[in-house]
Design a protein around this ligand. Structure first.
Ligand code: T4K
Length: 375
């Protein structure tokens, strides 16, 4: 007779945002209120921009009100045309930004680390290709060495969607320094959040200047000229203050998530039907997501529904593949991404989650998987 686990009393979500203590935030809020400067590059905004630039070890960092606006701006600032090669296994924001910028996404299938399969890039390049927009999916850095080689060979720009990769470095290099531009998201679900927010990082200071113009309605520094058709990408003072108060909490959050990730790996590795996305040795990870993949015998959707009965609310990242978006033309076949998108699940991972609860989640998953064969 198998021991049937009890459901959780309250829902367990995949994440729980870090947030400042009420009193600390109240103090900041009072300060902002007294200055009456609520937006348009106030002192909290400028301080956060400076501190994040140091934290992420990048040459230039430009804050935005969300990652999607930032990504759209990156594509515009690089003055791209024609086709942009990207991944089908991502959040809609990646591809939507390409389409909104008037460009055509061309999809490259993924490899078993869920990132663009660099071996398949070459064959997708045409005379219309102007850039590669690769995602460091779930915080695992792309094969930047090969992407660099290909971009150099065909004279392409490289944009990294580093929405998941805050604070990650690979081979000792911070990911924000890779490519022409990198975008980070500071959404509430991210390891570092400003509730909504994001930034672009780039080495080239002229490009940073252009990005700033796009962020602020296209104005020149002195506001005497409107140079580009810019938008409003500004992060306000209240959210910037949240960012300043959240940043010191990030390291501890990462450390706690690392411990929980190892427990997930230990507990679930005994189950042959499940594999856990593993940290890589040459990477300093941020433990943004805990991703599992089921083998062909197990229905991911069945497990997802069953977990809800136990009050465990997981997410099907990333399903459906964005290459199936209704507004896109039918594209080339992408067998790996199609298969992976039906087999992966993001599980709860956040510093406030107890070791005991992680073990209970694993026990429930194992129980569901074991009993799923009859379905
Ligand atoms: N590129 C990539 C690769 C991305 O993944 C994203 C965003 C972007 C670009 C664009 O960046 P932003 O423009 O968003 O800055 C969430 C996030 O909204 C989105 O930012 C993120 N990626 C994506 C992967 O996840 P959903 O639709 O899965 O969110 P939701 O509402 O289902 O939240 C997941 C769980 O998080 C909830 O079950 C509960 C918890 N949660 C959520 C929110 C909003 C909280 O605890 N507190 C909260 O405030 O998209």
């Amino acid at each position: 007779m198998q021991d049937i686990p009890d459901p959780f009393k309250n829902p367990i979500y995949i994440t729980k945002p870090i947030s400042p203590e009420v009193d600390t935030f109240a103090g900041k809020y009072n300060e902002i209120r007294e200055t009456c400067i609520l937006s348009n590059f106030g002192q909290n905004h400028n301080k956060l921009e400076k501190i994040l630039k140091e934290y992420l070890k990048v040459n230039n960092l430009i804050l935005f009100n969300n990652g999607t606006t930032a990504l759209f701006t990156a594509l515009k600032a690089l003055n791209l045309s024609g086709e942009v090669i990207t991944t089908p296994f991502t959040f809609p924001a990646t591809v939507n930004a390409i389409v909104l910028a008037g460009l055509k996404p061309v999809f490259c299938d993924i490899a078993n680390d869920y990132n663009i399969d660099v071996k398949k890039l070459d064959s997708l390049i045409t005379e219309k290709t102007s850039a590669i927009l690769a995602v460091h999916t779930f915080g695992t850095p792309c094969n930047y060495i090969e992407i660099n080689k290909i971009a150099k060979k065909y004279n392409l720009k490289i944009i990294y969607d580093a929405a998941h990769a805050f604070g990650v470095s690979v081979d000792g290099s911070p990911v924000g320094e890779l490519g022409d531009i990198s975008m980070f998201s500071f959404h509430a679900t991210k390891i570092f959040n400003t509730i909504e927010g994001g930034c672009l990082c780039c080495k080239n200071s002229d490009l940073a200047k252009k990005i700033k113009q796009y962020r602020n309605f296209g104005y020149s520094d002195d506001k005497n000229e409107i140079i580009v058709p810019g938008l409003n990408g500004k992060l306000n003072e209240i959210q910037s203050a949240i960012g300043l108060l959240n940043l010191p909490l990030v390291e501890e959050e990462i450390n706690k998530r690392k411990i929980l990730t190892n427990i997930y790996i230990e507990e679930l590795s005994q189950t042959k039907e499940i594999s856990v996305l593993q940290p890589k040795e040459n990477v300093k990870h941020n433990y943004q997501y805990l991703i599992i993949e089921f083998d062909e015998k197990i229905s991911r959707d069945y497990v997802y529904e069953k977990l809800k009965e136990y009050n465990i609310i997981t997410r099907k990242y990333f399903y459906p593949c964005v290459s199936n978006s209704k507004f896109l033309e039918k594209c080339n076949t992408l067998p790996v991404a199609e298969k992976i998108s039906q087999k992966t699940l993001a599980l709860p991972l956040y510093g406030d989650l107890s070791v005991e609860n992680v073990k209970k989640i694993c026990k429930i998953i194992k129980y569901i998987v074991k009993n799923s064969y009859m379905y």
